[in-house]
Design a protein around this ligand. Structure first.
Ligand code: GTR
Length: 331
């Protein structure tokens, strides 16, 4: 995590000041525009879900509360937007759990390899007591966990060859998100893990700084990485979902009724997001296959065998163990 000085320097580089971004001071008649950041392009299911929240807030408060979404990474990297939100310079950050694994260890339970068997299983986990405990855990670091959104399953893709067995990944420079879990997994599979911020992945593939990465169909499509990485290998190794986080400062500055409204509307955005997700995920898969990307199945047994010791090393930690059992009970 960055410190306050680095954060302010970063914000200056982006040409923004706290007053530009956060809605901290309520305007006329308590009118507030919450600012939200997302690394995804306009129209991505997470971006649309947060817009939907804004519209619902507007409708329920006669336009007094709303949300402005800065998409496409306009406000910087995921980790930086989390810090901006913690310090109250941004109101809402939508980031993947993978970016939260190191600073918020409870999130690891949702990102570990082969913890979930399917999207439905992940959704049951997100809706369960375990999901609620993870959301509450953000409060320890000045954030309010508003919702857990879908991100499908992640698979490997690369510019060189189909990956069937782990040895097919040997020596490949594979981009991973900044999470020890993903670094450990890629390394155990024999790849050279290269942590990079999301916004740099496409050009890193183009310039051969990396030879592959891993993500879901929608991201593979909308980031245009499929134009460069032509081999997709269906490993489904993680279902790391998305977190919608609000600044505690912003939340605490709201009256009780507005806090309740915010929590309720965020909760109600989850089924909306899931429907969008299912449609768009499928649309992306069809699109990239039609564009000539070669898709293959991996030897699942072999991937599970390599991932197992990593999973076990994390879940033996006392605070994750019980939650792991809870998640597996929902399989
Ligand atoms: C996507 C996720 C993004 C970002 C990205 C990444 O699936 O939605 O928020 O975390 O992965 O790998 O950096």
């Amino acid at each position: 995590m960055i410190n306050r000085r680095e954060l302010l320097t970063g914000m200056a580089a982006l040409g923004v000041t706290a007053t530009h971004l956060a809605s901290a001071a309520a305007g006329e008649a308590g009118h507030r525009v919450f600012t939200a950041a997302d690394v995804h392009v306009d129209g991505y299911p997470t971006v649309e879900a947060v817009r939907w929240i804004g519209k619902r807030l507007e409708a329920e408060t006669n336009g007094r509360l709303t949300v402005r979404v800065y998409h496409s990474g306009q406000l910087g990297r995921e980790n930086d937007t989390v810090d901006l939100t913690r310090f109250g310079a941004l109101d809402i950050a939508r980031v993947n759990f993978a970016s939260l694994n190191n600073p918020f260890p409870l999130t690891q339970i949702f990102a570990l390899p082969y913890v979930f068997d399917s999207v439905e299983h992940m959704r049951r986990g997100a809706d369960s007591e375990v999901g609620k405990a993870v959301l509450r855990g953000f409060e320890q670091r000045d954030l309010i966990g508003l919702a857990i959104y879908d991100s499908g399953s992640r698979s490997f893709y690369n510019v060189r060859r189909p990956v069937v067995e782990p040895p097919d990944l040997h020596g490949l420079k594979i981009r991973v998100p900044p999470s020890d879990i993903f670094i450990d997994l890629a390394r155990a599979l024999g790849a050279n893990p290269t942590p990079l911020p999301y916004g740099e992945v496409y050009s890193a593939l183009q310039t051969h700084l990396i030879e592959g990465a891993e993500n879901n169909w929608r991201t593979f499509h909308t980031s245009r990485q499929f134009e460069v990485a032509r081999f997709w290998s269906q490993s489904d190794h993680s279902f790391a979902p998305e977190a919608l986080l609000m600044s505690r400062r912003t939340f605490d500055s709201l009256c009780v009724a507005d806090r309740e409204l915010m929590l309720r509307v965020a909760h109600e955005s989850v089924p909306y997001m899931r429907t969008l997700w299912d449609q768009m995920q499928e649309e992306s898969r069809t699109h990239v296959i039609a564009a000539g990307v070669k898709v293959n199945e991996v030897d699942r047994e072999a991937f599970h065998r390599v991932a197992r010791p990593i999973l076990e090393s994390y879940v033996k930690k006392s605070d994750l163990h019980q939650r792991y059992e809870g998640i597996r009970a929902l399989a």
